[in-house]
Ligand binder design. Sequence first.
Ligand code: HEC
Ligand code: HEC
Length: 197
Amino acid sequence: MHSLILIIGVFCLNVYAQNNSSIPKIVETHCMSCHSNYTIIDSPLMAGQKKDFIAFELFNFRDKLRVHEIMNQVMEGYTDREVKEMAVYISKLSLCEAQAQVDEHPNANVEKGKEIFQGSCFACHQKDTFGIGPVLHGQKTWYIEYAIKSFQSSWHKPRPSRLNMKNHTDMLSEQDIKDVAAYLNEQKLCEISPLYY
Ligand code: HEC
Ligand code: HEC
């Protein structure tokens, strides 16, 4: 029941947003109401993320290739042009705004996470938007863990991938996932240099 009310709410908001607003306004008011640090529905941070990655995921949600109740509803009815415009707008927001709160990681070995990341992930996932994959640094711990699992072949709703993320994540154990997610969550995206204090 709870989720039905939520879906109806999201749907109404979406129709309202599409009829009355420009894409920047939709992103700022509608999308960011979930995609920031303190929201009722905990969602990944995305400001400043790579344009191609965001567009790929938004099309996947709209076309229901990536299954997620809320996001499938949110993206319903947008045209290709609007989806691309949304991705461009989000990618131009400051990446610093995508910095998650650093969580406690009592069950993770952050040093081990760093080793895994540098050995198997760094080539595609750099701390800036020049890598071929999305920026993972400074993301919420729970989301990184969940996203890694959603590429694994044992996951019940596998997520589409352009670069076969299944092959890059299938070898990771539960503990490896905790370790690498903790390491990434603890990476600061935009640290203010001590020179500027
Ligand atoms: C009611 C909350 C809510 C609203 C509103 C919302 N989202 Fe989301 N969004 C989510 C959640 C939760 C996820 C995580 C999906 C998953 O776990 O697979 C998500 C995932 C995403 C992702 C994938 C991010 C990634 O790193 O994989 C993108 C991109 C995205 N949303 C963009 C948008 C855009 C653009 C809008 C506005 C048109 C929007 N969202 C509105 C809750 C929301
Ligand atoms: C060959 C390049 C490549 C390598 C190596 C790689 N990834 Fe990825 N990764 C991608 C791409 C590209 C995406 C975006 C989805 C897609 O198109 O496949 C992605 C998506 C992700 C996501 C989802 C992010 C989000 O916001 O939804 C996570 C988490 C992730 N990778 C973790 C890892 C980890 C952990 C490793 C190392 C163990 C790794 N990746 C290795 C290319 C790579």
